[in-house]
Design a protein around this ligand. Structure first.
Ligand SMILES: [Ca+2]
Ligand SMILES: [Ca+2]
Ligand SMILES: [Ca+2]
Length: 346
């Protein structure tokens, strides 16, 4: 009986997923990376297809946009950003209905001024709401969804490509992870910043290569990303001195690099608080969860760590107690250890 219930639950979930998947407003092109000469005017178009069950009301607008430090889009009123291209765009139509399975074209033209250098950009906003058949009595909640079609314009032969790594900071060690920050110091949108991070030992041998996905960066913008080694938890770098080297290719004449000197000291574990023996690593993963050394993990270990979190016995061996792997031993690690103990006792 139980197996049957589980199976039907799975089937319902499967159907629900399919249903969501097939209902969509499709946009033929969500990015225009244009290279029109200065002074040019040209027209472009994209298609909207209503693949949803109900008719939609479509409104087209314009906005400025950029990305925050972590790469998320942010939208602003037209003319907010110094490199806004919104004022050069004219769009038609601005408002229309889209019946089920209907396709319509949105045209826009871009008029490029004669005196610009580098990339200017804007977003064409497509807002979709269910078409209201007639006014309903009482309050009606309309779910309005917004999509952005990004438009970039870079006149050929103009602008500067320049980029720097502005921060490289190793945090946790198990597995190694670090924060890296890249700044686009040029005037051209960099669509793809790619590269890798290497950890080298004192002899210069590479002991770890960390890969990460490439990312775009707008002129003048910074992008921060967390990069984590593929090493398994517990596969520790032995104590010693290392250099962490980051190299990024932003399409310039040379790469930009950054480095961080990493020193891993041997652990000198001593009893914590009233414990009779130094903390123990019960599962040999490099983290010492048995704080009170009674050969088992329990919430008392988290409590004892919490009472002693600022003491030298903990802070001088912080990496042994960095349960959340962010490069320190603090109250978040106490909470992480408490959760580990609770999960294990279930
Ligand atoms: Ca452990
Ligand atoms: Ca214990
Ligand atoms: Ca921590």
């Amino acid at each position: 009986m139980r197996a049957l219930a589980r199976l039907s639950g799975f089937l319902i979930l499967g159907l629900a997923l399919c249903f969501v998947d097939t209902r969509a407003l499709l946009i033929s092109n969500i990015e225009f990376d244009l290279v029109l000469p200065r002074g040019a005017t040209e027209s472009f178009a994209f298609q909207l297809i209503n693949n949803e069950a109900d008719p939609l009301e479509i409104q087209i607008g314009l906005a400025d946009w950029d990305r925050d430090l972590h790469g998320e889009n942010r939208f602003y009123q037209v003319g907010t950003l110094p490199r806004s291209a919104a004022g050069w765009l004219s769009i038609s139509p601005l408002r229309f209905d889209l019946a089920r399975n209907e396709q319509k074209e949105v045209k826009f033209s871009l008029r490029v001024p004669r005196d610009i250098e580098g990339t200017y950009w804007a977003a064409i906003l497509v807002e979709a709401a269910p078409k209201q058949a007639q006014a309903q009595p009482g309050t009606t909640v309309i779910v309005r969804r917004r999509f952005a079609v990004k438009v970039f314009e870079t006149p050929p032969g103009t602008g500067r490509r320049d980029g720097r790594i502005t921060m490289l900071d190793v945090r946790g060690l198990n597995p190694p992870n670090l924060w890296m920050e890249f700044e686009n110091r040029g005037t051209i949108h960099i669509q793809k910043v790619s590269g890798r991070v290497e950890i080298r030992d004192e002899k210069g041998s590479t002991v770890d290569k960390i890969e990460f996905d490439s990312f775009p960066t707008l002129p003048g913008a910074k992008r921060r990303l967390k990069v984590t080694s593929a090493r398994k938890k517990g596969d520790l770098l032995p104590p010693g001195r290392y250099v962490v080297i980051a190299m990024l290719d932003y399409g310039g004449e040379s790469l930009t690099g950054g480095q961080y000197i990493l020193r891993i000291n041997p652990l000198k574990l001593v009893p914590i608080g009233e414990a009779k023996a130094p903390p123990q690593d019960l599962d040999k993963d490099g983290l010492y969860e048995d704080i009170n050394a009674d050969e088992r993990l329990s919430v008392e270990d988290a409590a004892l760590l919490g009472f002693n979190i600022d003491k030298p016995a903990v802070q001088e061996s912080a990496r042994a107690f960095d349960f959340d792997n962010d490069g320190d031993a603090d109250f978040d690690d106490v909470l992480t250890l408490k959760k580990m103990a609770e999960e294990q006792s279930r």
